[in-house]
Design a protein around this ligand. Structure first.
Ligand code: PGA
Length: 215
């Protein structure tokens, strides 16, 4: 379903930000085999500050799980240059590019409720910036590939996500059931960044039965 929706959005010329990690992998496999993103502009949602050749980097995952396997990749792809001499300036560059242009923000969710790398406590008004990673995020990164464990990341902010016309939140697996229930039915607050999506006028949530099991 997610692959088909992404394909349809791209056919309509959508500008989207895309997540990486384990959640979208199956949808990306389907999209790579059957889809066409050539009408779309794609921004990578976030990135770990890791050496370029690290398999756990989000751009590595996006290429491995989707782009390298596609016949029709996006017409434009924007990723984060974490080797830039001034990371704050690189975030400002990405912010200028993304500000107000997202038709669709596609998101996973961390077990701590993060969106992108907006960890708990991130301001609702946050924009693209450098962030310190929580321990659970660092632990998750070790499942994406071998190499050093990142301490910092760069990410679009919660305000960038909330500015998108449509938000698609994806979650799979029993380990996401509790945070999905808290984020979607609990109080709205920065302790659980994903809870702010309750205020988005056009939120669509895609869950497998395991992730939906506490709703
Ligand atoms: P995951 O990561 O898809 O690998 O579970 C999601 C996230 O941390 O946002």
């Amino acid at each position: 379903m997610v692959a088909d929706r992404l394909n349809d959005a791209a056919a309509g010329g959508a500008t989207m930000c895309l997540p990486t990690g384990s959640t979208p992998r199956q949808a990306y496999a389907h999209l790579a085999a059957h889809g066409d993103l050539s009408g779309s502009t794609v921004f990578l949602l976030d990135e770990f500050v890791l050496p370029d050749d690290s398999p756990a980097r989000c751009d590595s995952m996006l290429h491995r799980d989707l782009l390298n396997r596609m016949t029709h990749p996006p017409k434009r792809l924007e990723t984060w240059d974490t080797n830039a001499p001034d990371l704050a300036a690189e975030c400002a560059r990405m912010e200028d590019a993304v500000n107000g242009v997202l038709d669709v923000a596609v998101l996973g969710i961390g077990t701590n409720g993060h969106l992108g790398l907006n960890e708990p406590g991130s301001p609702v008004a946050s924009r693209s910036r450098v962030v310190e990673l929580h321990q659970s995020t660092q632990a998750a990164s070790t499942t994406y590939g071998s190499g050093p464990i990142p301490e910092l990341g760069v990410t679009f902010g919660l305000a960038d996500i909330m500015d998108a016309s449509t938000v698609w939140l994806l979650a799979t697996g029993t380990h996401k059931a509790a945070i999905i229930a808290d984020a979607l039915t609990g109080p709205i607050g920065i302790a659980i960044p994903a809870s702010v999506l309750q205020d988005h006028p056009q939120l669509e949530v895609f869950l497998d039965p395991e992730a939906a099991s506490r709703l």
